[in-house]
Ligand binder design. Structure first.
Ligand code: PLP
Length: 379
């Protein structure tokens, strides 16, 4: 059986979500219909909205369900830019492609803000860009709360303060942070925030955009006026119910974060003993307790991923293969890693089912694969 260590790609469906969804699939009813079946579906959707709103520190009416994190990020960025006549888009250099592509789609000038060597937004660089904007500009910053590759936490609160001082707005991509650390839009002080169900043990293809009270947003999906006119289209009722069940379970599990951190640090330490020259990306920055991104010089990431797959462990690499050519991860380039090192970076991401003995078995198998590579090099 495969040991799954790729939670940042997607988390296995939680039992709570599966059970809630199976019950929902048995009930017909369009939440916009006025008959009893429709009203029951509506009531379930509104209960789920209330759950998400409480979890995210916003009013119930300020949660918009979407078909995933990508759509929530597209809606947040494009919807805020249009409704608030923003003049410039600011992005950290490590944003997810769904933010980068949405930014290009605004047609506005884009200012990419550098990150430090540890992969956190450089606040001085952000301030420099804000100071150089025309006095009548209205900037919109998109900043993720935690990076998907390194887990490094971003200074979202401080960035939001600076943007608001400059008469700007802030959209936060909390897709990786939600369910792994407490996430409250009210505490962050941003204008909108995106989350996704499948990263926390809910179903794929369901997400939400949370808004701060009074935030103006233009819709992107035009249709029947669902989601208070913010997102047309019949709601994915079972998916939304599963999302709320997963969110409740994930938030309960935050109490076990110290155990998760101990597990992550255990695997990290054991790998560093086997490969003392390996580099932990973002190792000196605050980061998600479930994520380890580690580059081992001379041990290509694709070989690591394939040999671990054969040994029964699912992990991922930072580099992406497009048109047959392996490309460095944009995140690692932004952090100043050489191509050679970034091609040797793997990501191990833990979750609620990860056990210490599985991690020990993983490190044993990884150590054997490393020894084989080293032996080849010597021979
Ligand atoms: N933002 C971040 C930081 C992500 O890691 C991901 C998914 O990998 C997304 C957005 C997109 O979310 P979804 O897969 O729900 O579309």
């Amino acid at each position: 059986m495969t040991v799954y260590l790729d939670y940042n790609a997607t988390a296995p469906l939680r039992d709570e979500a599966r059970e809630a969804m199976l019950a929902a699939y048995g009930a017909p009813g369009n939440p916009s219909s006025v008959h009893q079946a429709g009203r029951q579906a509506r009531s379930k959707v509104e209960q789920a909205r209330h759950t998400l709103a409480r979890a995210l520190g916003v009013a119930t009416s300020d949660v918009i369900f979407t078909a995933g994190g990508t759509e929530a990020n597209n809606l947040g960025l494009l919807g805020l830019a249009k409704a608030n006549t923003c003049t410039d888009v600011l992005l950290s250099a490590i944003e997810h492609p769904c933010i980068q592509m949405a930014a290009q789609n605004t047609g506005l000038p884009i200012h990419t803000i550098d990150v430090t060597g540890d992969g956190a937004l450089d606040l001085a660089a952000l301030q420099g860009v804000l100071d150089r904007l025309d006095s009548d500009s209205r900037p919109l910053l998109a900043l993720m709360m935690a990076n998907n590759e390194t887990g490094v936490l971003q200074p979202v609160e401080e960035a939001a303060k600076r943007l608001h001082k400059a008469d700007g707005l802030v959209h936060v991509d909390a897709v990786q942070a939600f369910g792994k650390i407490p996430v409250s839009l009210a505490s962050i002080g941003a204008d909108s925030l995106a989350v996704s169900a499948h990263k926390i043990g809910g179903p794929m293809g369901v997400g939400a955009l949370a808004l701060t009270c009074g935030t103006q947003l233009s819709p992107r999906n035009l249709g029947g006026g669902q989601e208070s006119g913010h997102r047309g289209g019949t709601e994915n009722v079972p998916g939304i119910i599963g999302f709320a069940a997963a969110a409740t379970a994930a938030i309960d599990d935050l109490d076990h974060n110290a155990d998760m951190l101990a597990l992550r640090d255990h695997v990290q330490q054991r790998m560093l003993v086997l490969a003392p020259n390996a580099v932990v990306l973002g190792g000196h920055a605050p980061r998600l307790c479930n994520t380890l991104s580690i580059a081992t010089p001379g041990f290509a990431a694709d070989i690591q991923v394939m040999s671990m797959d054969l040994a029964g462990f699912a992990i991922s690499s930072g580099s992406a293969c497009s048109s047959g050519k392996v490309k460095s991860s944009a995140v690692m380039v932004a952090m100043g890693l050489s191509d050679a090192l970034s091609f040797c970076a793997i990501r191990i991401s833990l979750g609620q089912t990860t056990r210490r003995q599985d991690l020990d078995a993983f490190v044993d198998a990884w150590g054997e694969a490393l020894a084989r590579i080293q032996l080849k090099e010597c021979g």
